[in-house]
Design a binder for this molecule. Sequence first.
Ligand SMILES: Cc1cc2nc3c(=O)[nH]c(=O)nc-3n(C[C@H](O)[C@H](O)[C@H](O)COP(=O)(O)OP(=O)(O)OC[C@H]3O[C@@H](n4cnc5c(N)ncnc54)[C@H](O)[C@@H]3O)c2cc1C
Length: 535
Amino acid sequence: MDRRSFLSYAGAAGAAASGAFAFRRWQEIPPVVHYLGRAEGHYLRDRRQLPAPSEVIETDVAILGSGIAGLAAAWRLKRDGHRGALMIDGPQPFGNAAGGHFGDLAFPTGAHYLPLPSPESVHVRELLFDLGIIERDPFAEKPYYDERFILHAPEERLLLNGRWQDGFIPATGVGAAELAEHRRFFAEVERLRHLRGSDGRRVFVFPTIASSSDGSFDGLDRITLKDWLDQNGYRSPTLHWYLNYCCRDDYGTRYDKVSAWAGLHYYCSRWGQAANAGNGAWLTWPGGLAPLAEKMAQASGIARRAGTAVSVKRSGAGVEALCFTLDGGVARTYLVKARKAICAMPVFVAARVVESIKDYGFDPARHTPAYAPWMVANFLMKNFPRERPGMPLCWDNVAYQEPGLGYVVSTHQDIRVTPPPKTVFSAYVALSDRTPEAARKWLQGASAEELVALASVDLKTAYGWRFAANVERVDITLRAHAMAAPLPGFRSNAGTKALREADGPILFAHADLSGFSVFEEAAWWGVVAARRAMA
Ligand SMILES: Cc1cc2nc3c(=O)[nH]c(=O)nc-3n(C[C@H](O)[C@H](O)[C@H](O)COP(=O)(O)OP(=O)(O)OC[C@H]3O[C@@H](n4cnc5c(N)ncnc54)[C@H](O)[C@@H]3O)c2cc1C
Protein backbone atom coordinates (compact mmCIF):
# COMPACT_ATOMS: atom_id res chain seq x y z
CA MET A 1 0.00 0.00 0.00
CA ASP A 2 1.30 3.47 -0.85
CA ARG A 3 0.76 5.71 2.15
CA ARG A 4 2.28 8.84 0.69
CA SER A 5 -0.91 10.90 0.38
CA PHE A 6 -2.06 10.06 3.90
CA LEU A 7 1.30 11.04 5.37
CA SER A 8 1.36 14.35 3.51
CA TYR A 9 -1.93 15.16 5.14
CA ALA A 10 -0.57 14.15 8.54
CA GLY A 11 2.46 16.37 8.00
CA ALA A 12 0.28 19.40 7.27
CA ALA A 13 -1.37 19.04 10.67
CA GLY A 14 1.76 20.25 12.54
CA ALA A 15 1.53 22.57 15.54
CA ALA A 16 1.56 26.32 15.08
CA ALA A 17 3.37 27.43 18.21
CA SER A 18 5.82 30.33 17.93
CA GLY A 19 9.52 29.48 17.80
CA ALA A 20 10.44 31.06 21.15
CA PHE A 21 7.61 29.35 22.99
CA ALA A 22 8.48 26.03 21.41
CA PHE A 23 12.04 26.16 22.67
CA ARG A 24 10.91 27.18 26.17
CA ARG A 25 8.57 24.23 26.22
CA TRP A 26 11.36 22.04 24.98
CA GLN A 27 13.48 22.87 27.98
CA GLU A 28 10.61 21.99 30.28
CA ILE A 29 10.46 18.39 29.05
CA PRO A 30 12.79 16.44 31.34
CA PRO A 31 14.22 13.53 29.34
CA VAL A 32 14.18 10.11 30.94
CA VAL A 33 17.68 8.68 30.51
CA HIS A 34 18.34 4.92 30.71
CA TYR A 35 22.01 4.02 31.23
CA LEU A 36 21.79 0.33 30.34
CA GLY A 37 23.91 -1.98 32.44
CA ARG A 38 25.69 0.83 34.32
CA ALA A 39 24.67 -0.23 37.83
CA GLU A 40 25.37 -3.91 37.12
CA GLY A 41 28.74 -3.03 35.58
CA HIS A 42 29.82 -1.58 38.91
CA TYR A 43 29.24 -4.95 40.61
CA LEU A 44 30.90 -6.84 37.77
CA ARG A 45 34.04 -4.82 38.38
CA ASP A 46 33.99 -5.44 42.14
CA ARG A 47 32.16 -8.67 42.87
CA ARG A 48 33.40 -8.76 46.48
CA GLN A 49 30.58 -6.39 47.42
CA LEU A 50 28.01 -9.08 46.73
CA PRO A 51 26.33 -11.06 49.54
CA ALA A 52 26.40 -14.89 49.69
CA PRO A 53 23.81 -16.71 47.51
CA SER A 54 20.38 -17.02 49.09
CA GLU A 55 19.19 -19.70 46.64
CA VAL A 56 20.53 -22.54 44.49
CA ILE A 57 18.75 -23.29 41.20
CA GLU A 58 19.42 -26.46 39.25
CA THR A 59 18.77 -26.67 35.53
CA ASP A 60 20.02 -28.66 32.57
CA VAL A 61 21.07 -25.78 30.29
CA ALA A 62 21.52 -22.22 31.54
CA ILE A 63 21.41 -19.47 28.92
CA LEU A 64 23.15 -16.40 30.29
CA GLY A 65 21.84 -13.47 28.26
CA SER A 66 18.53 -12.76 26.52
CA GLY A 67 19.63 -11.02 23.30
CA ILE A 68 18.96 -12.54 19.88
CA ALA A 69 21.75 -15.12 20.36
CA GLY A 70 20.34 -16.33 23.68
CA LEU A 71 16.79 -16.33 22.34
CA ALA A 72 17.82 -18.25 19.22
CA ALA A 73 19.51 -20.83 21.46
CA ALA A 74 16.33 -21.16 23.54
CA TRP A 75 14.21 -21.50 20.41
CA ARG A 76 16.51 -24.13 18.90
CA LEU A 77 16.56 -26.16 22.13
CA LYS A 78 12.77 -26.26 22.17
CA ARG A 79 12.57 -27.16 18.46
CA ASP A 80 14.95 -30.03 19.04
CA GLY A 81 12.79 -31.35 21.86
CA HIS A 82 14.88 -30.19 24.80
CA ARG A 83 13.15 -29.39 28.10
CA GLY A 84 14.75 -27.89 31.14
CA ALA A 85 16.54 -24.72 30.17
CA LEU A 86 16.66 -21.50 32.13
CA MET A 87 17.44 -18.05 30.76
CA ILE A 88 19.08 -15.40 32.90
CA ASP A 89 18.11 -12.11 31.23
CA GLY A 90 21.20 -10.11 32.08
CA PRO A 91 21.12 -6.35 32.64
CA GLN A 92 19.33 -5.74 29.31
CA PRO A 93 16.35 -8.04 28.61
CA PHE A 94 16.46 -8.70 24.83
CA GLY A 95 19.77 -6.80 24.64
CA ASN A 96 20.09 -4.68 21.51
CA ALA A 97 16.73 -5.99 20.26
CA ALA A 98 14.79 -4.32 23.09
CA GLY A 99 12.00 -1.79 22.77
CA GLY A 100 9.60 0.24 24.88
CA HIS A 101 6.09 1.68 24.94
CA PHE A 102 4.50 5.07 25.46
CA GLY A 103 1.00 3.82 26.27
CA ASP A 104 -0.14 1.92 23.16
CA LEU A 105 2.72 3.20 21.05
CA ALA A 106 5.61 0.75 20.76
CA PHE A 107 9.11 1.89 19.76
CA PRO A 108 12.58 0.36 19.38
CA THR A 109 15.46 1.22 21.69
CA GLY A 110 17.89 -0.71 19.50
CA ALA A 111 17.57 -2.89 16.40
CA HIS A 112 14.67 -1.99 14.16
CA TYR A 113 14.74 -4.12 11.00
CA LEU A 114 15.67 -7.47 9.54
CA PRO A 115 16.37 -7.80 5.82
CA LEU A 116 14.69 -10.74 4.07
CA PRO A 117 17.03 -13.65 4.74
CA SER A 118 19.11 -14.81 1.78
CA PRO A 119 19.08 -18.50 0.71
CA GLU A 120 22.12 -19.35 2.88
CA SER A 121 20.41 -17.98 6.03
CA VAL A 122 18.52 -21.23 6.48
CA HIS A 123 18.56 -20.80 10.25
CA VAL A 124 16.74 -17.45 10.01
CA ARG A 125 14.23 -18.75 7.49
CA GLU A 126 13.45 -21.74 9.70
CA LEU A 127 12.96 -19.43 12.68
CA LEU A 128 10.72 -17.00 10.77
CA PHE A 129 8.62 -19.89 9.42
CA ASP A 130 8.21 -21.34 12.88
CA LEU A 131 7.08 -17.94 14.18
CA GLY A 132 4.56 -17.53 11.33
CA ILE A 133 6.41 -14.56 9.80
CA ILE A 134 7.16 -16.63 6.71
CA GLU A 135 3.78 -18.07 5.80
CA ARG A 136 4.75 -20.45 2.97
CA ASP A 137 7.75 -21.98 1.18
CA PRO A 138 10.42 -21.04 3.75
CA PHE A 139 13.32 -22.55 1.78
CA ALA A 140 12.17 -21.61 -1.72
CA GLU A 141 13.97 -18.90 -3.65
CA LYS A 142 11.06 -16.60 -2.80
CA PRO A 143 9.25 -17.43 0.44
CA TYR A 144 5.86 -15.87 1.14
CA TYR A 145 5.90 -13.46 4.10
CA ASP A 146 3.19 -12.11 6.39
CA GLU A 147 2.60 -8.76 4.71
CA ARG A 148 2.03 -6.92 7.95
CA PHE A 149 5.75 -7.11 8.64
CA ILE A 150 7.12 -6.20 5.22
CA LEU A 151 8.26 -2.58 5.27
CA HIS A 152 5.69 -0.43 3.45
CA ALA A 153 6.46 2.39 1.04
CA PRO A 154 7.58 5.12 1.32
CA GLU A 155 10.62 3.56 2.93
CA GLU A 156 13.39 6.11 3.19
CA ARG A 157 14.29 9.67 2.27
CA LEU A 158 17.26 12.03 2.53
CA LEU A 159 17.21 15.73 3.40
CA LEU A 160 19.59 17.35 0.94
CA ASN A 161 19.85 21.07 0.19
CA GLY A 162 16.62 21.80 2.05
CA ARG A 163 14.49 19.23 0.21
CA TRP A 164 13.62 15.64 0.92
CA GLN A 165 14.56 13.23 -1.84
CA ASP A 166 13.58 9.59 -2.30
CA GLY A 167 16.14 7.07 -0.95
CA PHE A 168 19.44 7.65 0.87
CA ILE A 169 21.78 7.80 -2.12
CA PRO A 170 22.20 11.51 -2.89
CA ALA A 171 20.72 12.23 -6.32
CA THR A 172 19.00 15.62 -6.42
CA GLY A 173 21.44 18.21 -7.80
CA VAL A 174 24.27 15.65 -8.04
CA GLY A 175 26.35 15.96 -11.24
CA ALA A 176 26.52 13.37 -14.02
CA ALA A 177 30.09 12.30 -13.21
CA GLU A 178 29.18 11.54 -9.60
CA LEU A 179 26.05 9.67 -10.64
CA ALA A 180 28.16 7.56 -13.00
CA GLU A 181 30.38 6.63 -10.04
CA HIS A 182 27.34 5.64 -8.01
CA ARG A 183 26.29 3.32 -10.85
CA ARG A 184 29.81 1.88 -11.10
CA PHE A 185 29.82 1.13 -7.35
CA PHE A 186 26.48 -0.67 -7.45
CA ALA A 187 27.50 -2.63 -10.53
CA GLU A 188 30.56 -3.77 -8.58
CA VAL A 189 28.35 -4.75 -5.63
CA GLU A 190 26.26 -6.82 -8.01
CA ARG A 191 29.39 -8.57 -9.29
CA LEU A 192 30.71 -9.23 -5.77
CA ARG A 193 27.32 -10.55 -4.66
CA HIS A 194 27.61 -13.47 -7.08
CA LEU A 195 31.34 -13.95 -6.75
CA ARG A 196 32.50 -17.37 -5.57
CA GLY A 197 35.88 -18.35 -4.18
CA SER A 198 38.04 -21.26 -5.32
CA ASP A 199 36.09 -23.51 -2.91
CA GLY A 200 32.88 -22.78 -4.83
CA ARG A 201 31.31 -20.83 -1.97
CA ARG A 202 30.05 -17.27 -2.26
CA VAL A 203 32.38 -14.70 -0.75
CA PHE A 204 29.81 -12.68 1.19
CA VAL A 205 27.09 -14.70 2.91
CA PHE A 206 25.19 -15.01 6.19
CA PRO A 207 26.23 -16.74 8.32
CA THR A 208 29.72 -15.39 7.63
CA ILE A 209 31.21 -18.69 8.73
CA ALA A 210 29.81 -20.13 5.47
CA SER A 211 31.60 -17.51 3.34
CA SER A 212 34.32 -18.71 1.00
CA SER A 213 37.62 -19.28 2.76
CA ASP A 214 39.52 -18.46 -0.45
CA GLY A 215 42.53 -16.48 0.83
CA SER A 216 42.55 -14.14 -2.14
CA PHE A 217 39.83 -12.05 -0.45
CA ASP A 218 41.70 -11.73 2.85
CA GLY A 219 43.25 -8.46 1.68
CA LEU A 220 39.83 -6.81 1.98
CA ASP A 221 40.10 -7.26 5.75
CA ARG A 222 43.47 -5.52 5.88
CA ILE A 223 42.20 -2.14 4.63
CA THR A 224 39.33 0.16 5.47
CA LEU A 225 36.31 0.69 3.25
CA LYS A 226 37.56 4.20 2.51
CA ASP A 227 40.95 2.79 1.43
CA TRP A 228 39.13 0.39 -0.86
CA LEU A 229 37.13 3.22 -2.42
CA ASP A 230 40.27 5.30 -2.91
CA GLN A 231 42.20 2.37 -4.37
CA ASN A 232 39.40 1.70 -6.81
CA GLY A 233 39.19 5.28 -8.01
CA TYR A 234 35.92 6.27 -6.36
CA ARG A 235 36.11 10.03 -5.76
CA SER A 236 32.45 11.09 -5.63
CA PRO A 237 31.87 13.02 -2.35
CA THR A 238 28.23 11.95 -2.28
CA LEU A 239 29.18 8.27 -2.66
CA HIS A 240 31.75 8.68 0.12
CA TRP A 241 29.12 10.37 2.33
CA TYR A 242 26.63 7.60 1.63
CA LEU A 243 29.04 4.75 2.41
CA ASN A 244 30.28 6.50 5.53
CA TYR A 245 26.66 6.94 6.61
CA CYS A 246 26.04 3.21 6.01
CA CYS A 247 29.07 2.14 8.08
CA ARG A 248 28.03 4.46 10.91
CA ASP A 249 24.48 3.11 10.70
CA ASP A 250 25.40 -0.57 10.46
CA TYR A 251 28.52 -0.76 12.60
CA GLY A 252 28.48 2.45 14.66
CA THR A 253 31.87 3.23 13.12
CA ARG A 254 33.11 5.48 10.30
CA TYR A 255 34.06 4.09 6.90
CA ASP A 256 37.68 5.15 7.37
CA LYS A 257 37.82 2.74 10.34
CA VAL A 258 35.63 -0.18 9.18
CA SER A 259 37.20 -3.18 7.43
CA ALA A 260 36.49 -3.14 3.69
CA TRP A 261 35.40 -6.77 3.98
CA ALA A 262 32.72 -5.84 6.53
CA GLY A 263 31.68 -2.74 4.59
CA LEU A 264 31.21 -4.71 1.38
CA HIS A 265 29.68 -7.71 3.13
CA TYR A 266 26.71 -5.62 4.18
CA TYR A 267 25.83 -4.84 0.56
CA CYS A 268 26.74 -8.12 -0.98
CA SER A 269 25.11 -10.54 1.46
CA ARG A 270 21.65 -9.26 2.35
CA TRP A 271 19.73 -9.84 -0.88
CA GLY A 272 16.87 -12.08 0.13
CA GLN A 273 13.77 -12.29 -2.03
CA ALA A 274 10.08 -12.83 -1.35
CA ALA A 275 7.11 -13.99 -3.39
CA ASN A 276 5.18 -10.95 -2.16
CA ALA A 277 7.81 -8.17 -1.83
CA GLY A 278 10.55 -6.54 -3.87
CA ASN A 279 14.12 -7.85 -3.80
CA GLY A 280 16.05 -6.90 -0.69
CA ALA A 281 12.92 -5.81 1.22
CA TRP A 282 13.00 -5.45 5.00
CA LEU A 283 10.89 -6.76 7.85
CA THR A 284 9.99 -4.40 10.65
CA TRP A 285 7.60 -3.86 13.55
CA PRO A 286 6.50 -0.68 15.36
CA GLY A 287 8.69 -1.79 18.26
CA GLY A 288 11.64 -2.55 15.94
CA LEU A 289 12.88 -6.10 16.51
CA ALA A 290 11.50 -6.24 20.08
CA PRO A 291 8.23 -7.95 18.97
CA LEU A 292 10.33 -10.52 17.11
CA ALA A 293 12.43 -11.09 20.24
CA GLU A 294 9.22 -11.46 22.25
CA LYS A 295 7.90 -14.03 19.75
CA MET A 296 11.18 -15.96 20.03
CA ALA A 297 10.94 -15.98 23.81
CA GLN A 298 7.33 -17.17 23.69
CA ALA A 299 7.97 -19.85 21.06
CA SER A 300 10.87 -21.22 23.09
CA GLY A 301 8.68 -21.45 26.19
CA ILE A 302 11.84 -20.92 28.23
CA ALA A 303 11.69 -20.03 31.91
CA ARG A 304 13.32 -16.62 32.35
CA ARG A 305 14.75 -15.01 35.40
CA ALA A 306 16.04 -11.54 36.14
CA GLY A 307 19.72 -11.52 36.96
CA THR A 308 23.26 -10.88 35.80
CA ALA A 309 26.03 -13.50 35.92
CA VAL A 310 29.02 -12.34 37.89
CA SER A 311 31.04 -15.55 37.68
CA VAL A 312 30.79 -18.65 35.52
CA LYS A 313 33.01 -21.63 36.23
CA ARG A 314 33.37 -25.36 35.67
CA SER A 315 32.27 -27.44 38.66
CA GLY A 316 32.68 -31.20 38.47
CA ALA A 317 31.09 -32.29 35.18
CA GLY A 318 28.92 -29.16 34.97
CA VAL A 319 28.91 -25.40 35.43
CA GLU A 320 28.12 -22.97 38.24
CA ALA A 321 27.01 -19.44 37.53
CA LEU A 322 26.75 -16.93 40.33
CA CYS A 323 24.09 -14.37 39.45
CA PHE A 324 22.81 -11.23 41.12
CA THR A 325 19.88 -8.86 40.98
CA LEU A 326 19.64 -5.26 42.07
CA ASP A 327 16.43 -4.16 43.68
CA GLY A 328 16.40 -0.51 44.66
CA GLY A 329 20.21 -0.63 44.79
CA VAL A 330 20.18 -3.69 47.08
CA ALA A 331 22.06 -6.69 45.68
CA ARG A 332 20.88 -10.30 46.05
CA THR A 333 22.64 -13.35 44.68
CA TYR A 334 21.68 -16.85 43.62
CA LEU A 335 23.66 -19.77 42.26
CA VAL A 336 22.69 -21.57 39.06
CA LYS A 337 24.00 -25.14 38.66
CA ALA A 338 23.73 -26.55 35.16
CA ARG A 339 25.02 -29.36 32.99
CA LYS A 340 25.90 -26.78 30.35
CA ALA A 341 25.87 -22.98 30.22
CA ILE A 342 25.62 -20.85 27.09
CA CYS A 343 27.30 -17.48 27.63
CA ALA A 344 25.07 -15.34 25.39
CA MET A 345 26.61 -12.13 26.68
CA PRO A 346 29.04 -9.79 24.87
CA VAL A 347 32.58 -11.18 24.85
CA PHE A 348 33.98 -8.28 26.87
CA VAL A 349 31.57 -9.35 29.64
CA ALA A 350 32.37 -13.06 29.18
CA ALA A 351 36.04 -12.12 29.53
CA ARG A 352 35.27 -10.74 32.99
CA VAL A 353 32.91 -13.40 34.29
CA VAL A 354 34.10 -16.72 32.80
CA GLU A 355 36.79 -18.13 35.03
CA SER A 356 40.13 -18.63 33.23
CA ILE A 357 38.82 -17.54 29.85
CA LYS A 358 42.40 -17.63 28.56
CA ASP A 359 42.17 -21.44 28.76
CA TYR A 360 39.59 -21.22 25.95
CA GLY A 361 42.09 -19.40 23.74
CA PHE A 362 40.68 -15.92 24.38
CA ASP A 363 43.14 -13.41 25.77
CA PRO A 364 41.10 -10.37 26.88
CA ALA A 365 44.05 -8.01 26.38
CA ARG A 366 44.59 -9.04 22.75
CA HIS A 367 41.26 -10.32 21.53
CA THR A 368 38.56 -8.05 22.96
CA PRO A 369 37.03 -6.08 20.08
CA ALA A 370 36.50 -2.32 20.17
CA TYR A 371 32.89 -1.52 21.11
CA ALA A 372 30.98 1.30 19.47
CA PRO A 373 28.64 3.21 21.82
CA TRP A 374 25.12 4.13 20.68
CA MET A 375 22.34 6.38 21.81
CA VAL A 376 18.68 5.97 20.84
CA ALA A 377 16.22 8.76 21.67
CA ASN A 378 12.49 8.08 21.49
CA PHE A 379 10.44 11.25 21.06
CA LEU A 380 6.71 10.91 21.75
CA MET A 381 5.14 13.26 19.20
CA LYS A 382 1.72 14.69 19.99
CA ASN A 383 1.43 15.78 16.35
CA PHE A 384 3.24 15.20 13.10
CA PRO A 385 5.29 18.38 12.46
CA ARG A 386 4.90 20.18 9.14
CA GLU A 387 7.13 18.71 6.45
CA ARG A 388 9.63 20.38 4.12
CA PRO A 389 9.08 19.98 0.37
CA GLY A 390 9.98 16.87 -1.57
CA MET A 391 9.15 13.44 -0.23
CA PRO A 392 6.56 12.88 2.53
CA LEU A 393 7.48 11.33 5.86
CA CYS A 394 9.03 7.88 5.43
CA TRP A 395 9.84 5.02 7.78
CA ASP A 396 13.51 6.10 7.93
CA ASN A 397 14.46 9.76 7.50
CA VAL A 398 18.07 10.96 7.31
CA ALA A 399 19.70 14.39 6.98
CA TYR A 400 22.84 14.79 4.86
CA GLN A 401 25.16 15.51 7.79
CA GLU A 402 26.93 13.95 10.78
CA PRO A 403 26.67 12.86 13.57
CA GLY A 404 22.97 11.92 13.44
CA LEU A 405 21.75 8.79 11.70
CA GLY A 406 18.22 9.99 11.15
CA TYR A 407 14.96 8.91 12.74
CA VAL A 408 12.50 6.07 12.32
CA VAL A 409 8.72 6.52 12.61
CA SER A 410 7.09 3.92 14.88
CA THR A 411 3.59 4.14 13.37
CA HIS A 412 4.81 3.69 9.79
CA GLN A 413 3.44 0.14 9.52
CA ASP A 414 -0.02 1.21 10.75
CA ILE A 415 -2.61 0.82 8.05
CA ARG A 416 -5.38 3.23 8.96
CA VAL A 417 -7.77 5.40 7.04
CA THR A 418 -7.15 8.37 9.33
CA PRO A 419 -3.72 9.43 10.63
CA PRO A 420 -2.78 8.18 14.11
CA PRO A 421 -3.10 11.02 16.61
CA LYS A 422 0.41 10.49 17.97
CA THR A 423 3.60 8.78 16.92
CA VAL A 424 7.14 8.10 18.12
CA PHE A 425 10.22 9.36 16.29
CA SER A 426 13.24 7.22 17.24
CA ALA A 427 16.50 9.05 16.57
CA TYR A 428 19.75 7.07 16.30
CA VAL A 429 23.21 8.43 17.11
CA ALA A 430 26.36 6.29 16.92
CA LEU A 431 28.88 8.83 18.36
CA SER A 432 31.32 7.68 15.70
CA ASP A 433 32.86 11.14 15.41
CA ARG A 434 35.18 10.31 18.34
CA THR A 435 36.95 7.27 19.72
CA PRO A 436 34.72 4.77 21.58
CA GLU A 437 36.53 5.61 24.84
CA ALA A 438 36.03 9.37 24.37
CA ALA A 439 32.38 8.77 23.44
CA ARG A 440 31.77 6.66 26.58
CA LYS A 441 33.41 9.32 28.73
CA TRP A 442 31.24 11.96 27.14
CA LEU A 443 28.09 9.88 27.65
CA GLN A 444 28.91 9.38 31.31
CA GLY A 445 29.37 13.07 31.99
CA ALA A 446 26.77 14.58 29.64
CA SER A 447 23.72 16.27 31.12
CA ALA A 448 20.26 15.17 29.98
CA GLU A 449 19.97 18.41 27.99
CA GLU A 450 23.26 17.74 26.18
CA LEU A 451 22.06 14.24 25.30
CA VAL A 452 18.76 15.57 23.93
CA ALA A 453 20.57 18.27 21.97
CA LEU A 454 22.76 15.67 20.25
CA ALA A 455 19.90 13.23 19.69
CA SER A 456 17.70 15.85 18.07
CA VAL A 457 20.20 17.33 15.60
CA ASP A 458 18.60 15.71 12.54
CA LEU A 459 15.07 16.41 13.76
CA LYS A 460 15.82 20.10 14.31
CA THR A 461 17.38 20.27 10.85
CA ALA A 462 14.26 18.69 9.42
CA TYR A 463 11.60 20.65 11.31
CA GLY A 464 13.24 23.68 12.99
CA TRP A 465 11.28 25.02 15.99
CA ARG A 466 8.22 23.02 14.97
CA PHE A 467 9.92 19.88 16.17
CA ALA A 468 10.13 20.97 19.83
CA ALA A 469 6.57 22.27 19.73
CA ASN A 470 5.29 18.80 18.96
CA VAL A 471 7.27 16.76 21.48
CA GLU A 472 5.44 15.42 24.50
CA ARG A 473 8.09 13.21 26.07
CA VAL A 474 11.68 12.04 25.44
CA ASP A 475 13.27 8.77 26.57
CA ILE A 476 16.95 8.24 25.87
CA THR A 477 18.66 4.85 25.95
CA LEU A 478 22.45 4.79 26.24
CA ARG A 479 24.30 1.66 25.13
CA ALA A 480 27.89 2.32 26.09
CA HIS A 481 29.26 -0.96 24.66
CA ALA A 482 26.56 -1.45 22.06
CA MET A 483 28.32 -3.44 19.35
CA ALA A 484 31.68 -4.79 18.23
CA ALA A 485 33.24 -2.61 15.54
CA PRO A 486 34.57 -4.69 12.60
CA LEU A 487 37.94 -2.97 12.22
CA PRO A 488 40.55 -4.27 9.73
CA GLY A 489 41.83 -7.65 10.92
CA PHE A 490 38.59 -8.62 12.69
CA ARG A 491 38.23 -11.74 10.51
CA SER A 492 41.48 -13.15 11.82
CA ASN A 493 40.82 -12.54 15.55
CA ALA A 494 42.09 -15.83 17.02
CA GLY A 495 40.29 -15.24 20.35
CA THR A 496 36.79 -14.95 18.92
CA LYS A 497 37.57 -17.92 16.65
CA ALA A 498 38.46 -19.95 19.75
CA LEU A 499 35.17 -19.01 21.45
CA ARG A 500 33.28 -19.94 18.27
CA GLU A 501 34.80 -23.41 18.46
CA ALA A 502 34.55 -23.94 22.24
CA ASP A 503 32.57 -27.10 22.91
CA GLY A 504 32.15 -28.32 26.48
CA PRO A 505 30.17 -27.43 29.58
CA ILE A 506 30.72 -23.72 28.87
CA LEU A 507 29.59 -22.55 25.42
CA PHE A 508 29.53 -19.10 23.84
CA ALA A 509 26.90 -17.43 21.66
CA HIS A 510 26.80 -13.76 20.66
CA ALA A 511 27.12 -11.64 17.51
CA ASP A 512 30.57 -10.69 18.85
CA LEU A 513 31.80 -14.14 17.81
CA SER A 514 31.47 -12.94 14.20
CA GLY A 515 33.06 -9.60 15.03
CA PHE A 516 30.08 -7.55 13.95
CA SER A 517 26.55 -7.16 15.15
CA VAL A 518 23.57 -8.19 13.05
CA PHE A 519 20.58 -10.40 13.71
CA GLU A 520 21.64 -13.22 11.38
CA GLU A 521 25.03 -13.66 13.06
CA ALA A 522 23.66 -13.49 16.60
CA ALA A 523 20.97 -16.05 15.75
CA TRP A 524 23.52 -18.32 14.08
CA TRP A 525 25.73 -18.60 17.16
CA GLY A 526 22.66 -19.19 19.33
CA VAL A 527 21.61 -22.10 17.12
CA VAL A 528 25.13 -23.57 17.07
CA ALA A 529 25.43 -23.34 20.87
CA ALA A 530 22.02 -24.98 21.36
CA ARG A 531 23.07 -27.95 19.21
CA ARG A 532 26.26 -28.32 21.22
CA ALA A 533 24.32 -28.02 24.48
CA MET A 534 22.10 -30.94 23.41
CA ALA A 535 25.09 -33.18 22.77
C1 LIG B 1 21.18 0.89 18.26
C2 LIG B 1 21.32 -0.42 17.55
C3 LIG B 1 20.56 -0.68 16.42
C4 LIG B 1 20.67 -1.92 15.76
N1 LIG B 1 19.89 -2.15 14.68
C5 LIG B 1 19.93 -3.37 14.08
C6 LIG B 1 19.02 -3.68 13.04
O1 LIG B 1 18.15 -2.87 12.70
N2 LIG B 1 19.10 -4.93 12.45
C7 LIG B 1 20.02 -5.84 12.86
O2 LIG B 1 20.08 -6.95 12.31
N3 LIG B 1 20.88 -5.57 13.87
C8 LIG B 1 20.84 -4.37 14.50
N4 LIG B 1 21.66 -4.11 15.55
C9 LIG B 1 22.60 -5.15 15.96
C10 LIG B 1 22.07 -6.04 17.11
O3 LIG B 1 23.02 -5.87 18.09
C11 LIG B 1 21.97 -7.50 16.68
O4 LIG B 1 20.98 -7.62 15.68
C12 LIG B 1 21.55 -8.46 17.80
O5 LIG B 1 20.41 -7.97 18.44
C13 LIG B 1 22.67 -8.79 18.79
O6 LIG B 1 22.23 -9.82 19.64
P1 LIG B 1 23.21 -10.57 20.64
O7 LIG B 1 22.41 -11.61 21.33
O8 LIG B 1 24.42 -11.00 19.92
O9 LIG B 1 23.71 -9.49 21.68
P2 LIG B 1 23.06 -8.41 22.68
O10 LIG B 1 21.89 -7.79 22.06
O11 LIG B 1 24.24 -7.60 23.04
O12 LIG B 1 22.57 -9.27 23.92
C14 LIG B 1 23.43 -9.59 24.97
C15 LIG B 1 22.63 -10.11 26.15
O13 LIG B 1 23.57 -10.47 27.17
C16 LIG B 1 23.04 -10.06 28.42
N5 LIG B 1 24.15 -9.93 29.39
C17 LIG B 1 25.13 -8.99 29.43
N6 LIG B 1 25.91 -9.22 30.49
C18 LIG B 1 25.43 -10.32 31.11
C19 LIG B 1 25.82 -11.04 32.26
N7 LIG B 1 26.87 -10.68 33.00
N8 LIG B 1 25.06 -12.10 32.62
C20 LIG B 1 23.99 -12.50 31.90
N9 LIG B 1 23.60 -11.85 30.79
C21 LIG B 1 24.32 -10.78 30.41
C22 LIG B 1 22.31 -8.77 28.12
O14 LIG B 1 21.35 -8.51 29.14
C23 LIG B 1 21.67 -9.11 26.78
O15 LIG B 1 20.42 -9.71 27.00
C24 LIG B 1 21.58 -2.88 16.23
C25 LIG B 1 22.34 -2.61 17.37
C26 LIG B 1 22.22 -1.40 18.01
C27 LIG B 1 23.05 -1.12 19.23
